[in-house]
Design a protein around this ligand. Structure first.
Ligand SMILES: NC(=O)c1ccc[n+]([C@@H]2O[C@H](COP(=O)([O-])OP(=O)(O)OC[C@H]3O[C@@H](n4cnc5c(N)ncnc54)[C@H](O)[C@@H]3O)[C@@H](O)[C@H]2O)c1
Length: 250
């Protein structure tokens, strides 16, 4: 059921740790977050969280690096809801990390495909609708690694640095159409995907390295996204918002 008062947001990676917090936070600002995720059970869990907040959301199970699946999902969103006010691209992750000489090309390209090509495909799919509206906002996701790089992370760091350059270029293209494009760059954030790489001791040690003494909570990142999605940032485009407790100061 379409509620004319609700703004429509598409959240790519909405089943993930940060994605779920973002979708939930956006409800507080009058958005209906619609989810795109390749993981059906994770997406369904987010749907339950949103239902508890009184939002009848929907999940599209799709791989953001697959053009046909992305197009089908966005066509479906537009035919059912008529508009897209906000796109948040959060699907992604490190996936593979190897020293350069050991990095299989297929894995290197797979990291680029999810983080960078997926961002390109989802933005491209949303643009005709936003242009028709002469309004809209896109928020893409970089990372501390997109600024600093990191050993074994050539693919992830390249993809996340690429997201910043991509978003700046798109901001230039779309500003005349009333569409804003910004980037959120989380630092280390406590999601299950990241935490499973640590023991409790190594996690605590990694938190001590952060000037503010703790890793980000997904809710911290969601606040940054909510700001970039809100009229409070109406005069900002092409910017990167670093939400990282001082971990990286670009
Ligand atoms: N958690 C961190 O420390 C951290 C730091 C910096 C940047 N980030 C970025 O924030 C974003 C979210 O991270 P997270 O920690 O919440 O990860 P997560 O693994 O919890 O969530 C990612 C979600 O994206 C989905 N996804 C992955 N590949 C997909 C694909 N090809 N198509 C559709 N869906 C796909 C997954 O199913 C998952 O639900 C990622 O882009 C990540 O690179 C995270």
């Amino acid at each position: 059921m379409v509620n004319a008062m609700e703004k429509i947001a598409v959240v790519g990676g909405g089943g993930g740790g940060i994605g779920r917090a973002v979708a939930s936070r956006l409800c507080d600002d009058g958005f209906l977050p619609l989810l795109l995720d390749q993981n059906e059970s994770a997406g369904t869990e987010t749907l339950s969280v949103l239902a508890a907040k009184g939002r009848a959301s929907k999940l599209w199970v799709a791989d953001v690096s697959n053009r046909a699946q992305v197009r089908e999902a966005f066509d479906n969103v537009v035919s059912n809801y008529g508009r897209i006010d906000l796109l948040v691209n959060l699907a992604g992750g490190t996936m593979y990390a190897h020293l350069i000489q050991d990095f299989p090309l297929s894995e290197w390209l797979a990291v680029i495909a999810v983080n960078l090509k997926g961002t390109f495909l989802c933005c491209q799919a949303a643009i005709p609708t936003m242009k028709r509206q002469s309004s809209g906002s896109m928020i893409n996701t970089s990372s501390n690694y997109g600024i600093t790089g990191g050993a074994t992370r050539t693919a992830y760091a390249a993809s996340k640095a690429g997201v910043i350059g991509f978003s700046k270029s798109l901001a230039h293209e779309l500003a005349p159409h009333g569409i804003r494009v910004n980037t959120i760059a989380p630092g280390r954030t406590a999601t299950a995907r990241v935490m499973r790489n640590y023991t409790p001791e190594s996690w605590a040690a990694s938190e001590r390295e952060i000037p503010m003494g703790r890793a980000g909570d997904p809710a911290d990142i969601a606040e940054g996204v909510a700001f970039l999605a809100s009229p409070a940032s109406a005069y900002m485009t092409g910017q990167t918002l670093h939400v990282n407790g001082g971990m990286v100061l670009p």
